[in-house]
Design a protein around this ligand. Structure first.
Ligand code: ASP
Length: 343
């Protein structure tokens, strides 16, 4: 932890999600609370010395957030920094938290921290984790020691990089993990401790308008006959294939993927949840070598959901085929971070 020279000013954007839910007539919970309500529920915030300003940005479940919301949020985050904020916290639904965080990260060039958080237990539940997560996120955002790390995700006292974190459990309070590399650090007694820093930053130009590229994601499965791939090149601007293992598909899909890849960029990721797509090991029909020789782009360590966002953002930035390949080479870990196509 690094002390701030003066009282840190953090802007909190509330987007809804479980952290902001309240009971609904007829049963269940739905987004209802404002970010002021969230702040009021945090014990110890006054003593933390952090000045918090709130922006009631959206009150949506994570699943209903869209590219337009994240794009508008990214613009608003830049506005908060331009107005002098030391850091930003985003509180949102956990269902799409890793996607919001990654897209914000791709568009966040500056050194000041953006921290995304949420809750797994709603405010009516015993042991609601919202206040603890929010306080931890505010503390990280107020810590100059995290400058330059890009967008971070803080839940359950763990600090994760937006480029790697994933929701890997549907209900656990420890749902957020970084299967490739682990967390960057922890909150210990409320103090952020960063133990290691990822190399490089992968930032690309944010388009003036929200991305509109139609990028699909298809997971390949046992006995797959490729029904979801029919006409994909006519309906989509790009495709991510979540292949088996290190990037394999059944032989019968190879021709179809080759045809699609002749028209639109097709990125090959792994459906396993951790580890990279290989490039040079297996040599059977449908292997990674076969698919890459047919023009598919290997995603490296980028998981399928993240690969889809990177492809969307790259296309929105005007990337051609070679630039898309260069982006995945750097972000996927095949080449050095400084080979990233954008400055
Ligand atoms: N389970 C979700 C959450 O934690 C619901 C959502 O994403 O809004 O917020």
């Amino acid at each position: 932890m690094t002390a701030h020279p003066r009282q840190p000013r953090i802007v909190l954007f509330g987007l809804g999600g479980t952290i902001a839910m309240a009971p609904v007539a007829g049963g269940g919970v739905a987004p209802a609370l404002s970010p002021s309500d969230l702040v009021a529920a945090v014990p110890g915030l006054a003593e933390s010395g952090i000045a918090v300003e709130v922006v009631d940005f959206r009150r949506l479940p994570g699943a209903s957030l869209d590219f337009a919301d994240v794009h508008a949020l990214s613009v608003a985050v830049d506005g908060a920094f331009a107005a002098g904020a030391d850091g930003v916290v985003v509180a949102q639904g956990t269902d799409t938290l890793e996607e919001t965080a990654y897209l914000l990260d791709l568009w966040h060039a500056g050194p000041r921290p953006v921290v995304v958080t949420g809750a797994m237990r709603n405010p009516t539940a015993a042991g609601h984790d919202g206040p603890a997560n929010l306080l931890a996120a505010l503390r990280v955002a107020a810590d100059p020691g995290v400058a330059g790390l890009g967008v971070l995700v803080v839940l359950a006292d763990e600090i994760h990089p937006a480029r790697r974190v994933r929701k890997t459990h549907s209900t656990s309070v420890g749902a957020f993990t970084s299967p490739n590399g682990g967390p960057l650090g922890y909150l210990v007694g409320g103090r952020p401790c960063v133990l290691h820093r990822p190399e490089g930053r992968f930032v690309l130009p944010r388009p003036a308008d929200p991305p509109t590229a139609r990028v699909g994601l298809v997971t390949v499965t046992l006995g797959d006959r490729g029904e979801l791939l029919h006409g994909a090149e006519d309906r989509l601007d790009g495709l991510v294939v979540a292949g088996m293992g290190v990037g394999h598909v059944p032989e019968r899909l190879v021709g179809r993927l080759h045809e699609i890849g002749g028209r639109i960029p097709v990125v090959l990721a792994s459906r396993t949840g951790a580890g990279p797509v290989l490039t040079d090991t297996y040599a059977f029909p449908g292997s990674e070598r076969d698919l890459l020789a047919r023009g598919l782009v290997p995603a490296g360590f980028c998981d399928p959901v993240r690969a889809r966002l990177l492809l969307c953002a790259a296309l929105a930035a005007g990337a051609d085929r070679a630039t898309v390949a260069g982006a995945f080479a750097a972000a996927g870990g095949y080449t050095a971070p400084d080979s990233w196509p954008w400055a």
